[in-house]
Design a protein around this ligand. Structure first.
Ligand SMILES: Cc1ncc(COP(=O)(O)O)c(C=O)c1O
Length: 429
């Protein structure tokens, strides 16, 4: 059973049946958004057919909607390891983070500092940079450009400014670096800062434990881990309760509802919960560590989620090593950017290819049904610091649990075929 994980997983994704230009599509664009398993599609359909209603009324479907959203909060409480009152739903991570920044700024005074990083996606930079209009000083932690990791010495130095907020990503969607957020949060708390963690890229690649991390806010997006396009935020209850977010007088002023403006994306929330259940189900079926655990733990959803993510991570890491090694030995014109071997990372591998822009490579690969991204992926500061912004950025290959070695072999063969690449590029206007 255990060695059948890739076969089992692939069967769950109807999108994998797609063909393009006569080839099966290899979705290597996971960091941009994952494909969705059948169980998520069924859950969304079921909601829209059988329960579709607004919340807050007495009739059956409205009551069912309230129940199913509460169930989703419980599921995400297991996902984050928190209470359901700390689970906030929203349109996407960026919108939630803007709302959070606008709420937090009400507690700040001009001259206060917010720390952001060069490694972060713009969604965890822009909302804070905008606070400069309100007199807030925004300082940036440098990235070490050789290793694409945060410069921890610079971070410690910037902490001397006694920032009120530290906004850092858990993992980089640009190059896959996983940062030591537990340490970062601990150091931030020592100077009295609130820690805001962008876990959008990380969430698909490892389990999150907000209690262990002691994060104040942690944001992710369900569409990056098998779900529909919604954002989910963990908000520490005692910190959220102190905030005055922008909201309506008709809205509940208690956590988590105080951060949720307007009608929520019900079907998205239902699908997001089904995505977490999909992960838990993988844990139950394939988690090797569950073998050693008691029956009690086996029936515990959080344990299953952790196991499922670990099973995915083990599988993805094998493919990641294979890909990095295959690029190094077969494609002399490619340069891989990212953390040094041994540093914690995700299965996101980014590269440049001498003589061609990332956009040209992505179009060429896309034409062969190898769907990868080229550009800056909104990690624009990182790409700029690598000196690649004017040169078209990076080609990003994201390995998801539904990808397999055969797809990576196709990728390597395509990159090796320089004649075909050159010919294709001449057809681009
Ligand atoms: C690391 C990271 N942070 C934030 C975001 C923004 O997420 P959303 O699209 O949900 O606003 C992304 C999306 O690509 C991301 O990869």
């Amino acid at each position: 059973m255990k060695d059948q994980l890739p076969e089992y997983v692939r069967k769950q994704f109807p999108a994998l049946k797609r063909e393009f230009n006569g080839h099966p599509v290899a979705y290597l664009d996971g960091p941009g958004g994952y494909q969705v398993p059948e169980s998520v599609i069924t859950a969304v359909n079921h909601y829209l057919i059988d329960m579709n209603a607004n919340v807050g009324d007495q009739f059956e479907t409205a009551q069912n909607t309230s129940t199913i959203i509460q169930d989703a909060r419980d599921i995400f409480a297991d996902f984050f390891n928190c209470s359901w009152e700390e689970v906030v739903f929203g349109a996407n991570m960026t919108t939630l983070n803007f709302a959070l920044a606008q709420a937090l700024v009400r507690q700040l005074t001009p001259g206060d500092t917010v720390l952001i990083t060069e490694l972060d996606h713009e969604a965890n930079r822009g909302p804070w940079l905008q606070l400069m209009d309100r007199g807030i000083d925004v300082a940036e932690v440098a990235m070490d450009i050789d290793t694409c990791t945060l410069d921890m010495e610079d971070f410690r130095n910037k902490l001397l400014k006694k920032p009120k907020v530290v906004a850092v990503n858990y993992a980089s969607n640009g190059v896959g670096t996983i940062s030591d957020v537990q340490k970062i949060i601990q150091l931030s708390h020592e100077v009295g800062a609130i820690a805001v963690i962008d876990a959008v890229h990380f969430a698909a690649h490892g389990s999150i434990d907000v209690k262990k991390l002691d994060a104040d806010f942690l944001l992710c997006s369900a569409y990056k881990f098998f779900g529909p396009h919604i954002g989910v935020m963990y908000a520490k209850k005692e910190v959220l309760s102190q905030l005055a977010p922008l909201n309506l007088r008709t809205q509940s002023q208690s956590p988590p509802y105080m951060m949720e403006t307007g009608t929520l994306h019900h079907e998205g929330i239902v699908g997001a919960a089904a995505a977490v259940e999909f992960i838990a189900n993988i844990g139950l079926k394939f988690g090797t560590d569950l073998d050693e655990q008691s029956e009690d733990l086996k029936s515990n959803r959080r344990t299953q989620i952790i196991s499922g993510l670990r099973a995915f991570e083990n599988y993805e890491m094998g493919l990641t090593e294979y890909l990095i090694e295959a690029i190094a030995s077969n494609i002399s014109k490619a340069v891989v950017y990212g953390p040094a071997p041994g540093h914690p990372r995700t299965s996101t591998v980014s590269l440049t290819y001498e003589g061609y822009t990332a956009d040209q490579i992505a179009k060429y690969l896309g034409n062969r049904a190898l769907f990868v991204w080229g550009g800056h992926f909104y990690a624009i500061r990182l790409v700029e610091r690598l000196g690649l912004l004017d040169r078209g950025g990076l080609v990003r290959v994201g390995i998801a649990p539904y990808n397999n070695e055969a797809e990576l072999v196709r990728l390597i063969e395509a990159l090796q075929d320089e004649d075909a690449l050159q010919k294709f590029v001449t057809t681009l206007s």
